[in-house]
Design a protein around this ligand. Structure first.
Ligand code: ADP
Ligand code: 5GP
Length: 236
């Protein structure tokens, strides 16, 4: 049987945006003293309640480019129109302090970091359904409709990469999902889903994209808006 690696020093938590990874990781680091979240740099605007150096290091594009050029980033991506990156300094600082690092990053970045640090533990958090993902993005209230739509479409691509990750947790009931996560990283206890069940759930979610009625309606609306936007541009 494959060894469970929930006790790794580098924990990578990834999920489509809106699944609940921030909610889960904030709680985890609040309760488990020797795990620290790596604070990324980003060019996206601060959301209400976010603080520089706690949620992100908020920088402008010029400053971000300087990080890239100085080779200070382990990985970086452009997501939803903004840059996000993990600094080497942040990972080293946490490890040198004798603590475990938790990276809460997007699917592409997670795959990249796993290749750089093969001993790391990767955890893919999944929504129970795509409809619940859409509802959560709406309830969070931090994104405009086009931004939510972009996040949803990115989720479709991200789910196709699910097979690259080691552990899968479905964040349906928050308490249950949290208990699974905590048990994995604190007690090195296996999560409920096997790897193949996790991959199957990713495929099921992908099918929902193809078949859900509510998505057909939404897609139509966005096509109409695109067409209007196109007409407006052609006229100007
Ligand atoms: P992410 O970091 O993956 O983008 P968040 O942690 O910001 O996601 O969560 C998105 C929204 O979903 C938030 O409003 C959060 O309170 C809510 N949420 C998280 N987990 C659950 C859950 N199990 N059930 C219902 N809502 C949830
Ligand atoms: P948000 O704008 O909602 O805070 O984050 C959007 C996405 O960017 C989330 O999936 C989040 O995990 C991801 N993200 C945050 N920081 C990094 C980073 O340093 N690298 C990568 N690859 N993704 C990141």
């Amino acid at each position: 049987m494959k060894k469970i690696n929930g006790n790794a020093n580098i924990l990578i938590i990834t999920a489509p945006s809106g699944t609940g990874k921030t909610t889960l990781t904030r709680r985890l680091v609040g309760e488990v003293p020797n795990i620290k979240v790596s604070v990324s740099v980003t060019t996206r605007a601060k959301r209400p309640g976010e603080e520089n150096g706690i949620h992100y290091w908020f920088v402008n594009e010029e400053e971000f480019k300087q990080h890239v050029e100085a080779n200070r980033l382990v990985e970086w991506v452009k997501l939803f129109g903004h840059y996000y990156g993990t600094t080497k300094d942040e990972i080293q600082r946490i490890i040198q302090a004798g603590q475990r690092v938790l990276l809460e990053i997007d699917v592409e970045g997670a795959h990249h970091v796993q290749n750089i640090y093969p001993e790391s533990c990767t955890i893919f958090i999944l929504p129970p359904t795509i409809l619940s993902l859409w509802t959560r993005l709406s309830q969070r209230g931090t994104d405009t409709l086009p931004s939510k739509w972009r996040r949803l479409n990115t989720a479709k691509e991200e789910l196709l990469q699910g097979k690259n990750f080691q552990h899968f947790i479905i964040n349906d009931n928050l308490e249950n999902a949290y208990a699974e996560l905590k048990n994995l990283v604190l007690n090195n206890q296996a999560v409920k889903l096997s790897h193949s069940e996790g991959v199957r759930h990713c495929m099921k979610l992908n099918e929902e994209f193809e078949t859900a009625d509510w998505l057909v309606e939404l897609r139509k609306k966005f096509k109409e808006e695109d067409a209007t936007e196109h007409q407006r541009r052609s006229r100007s």
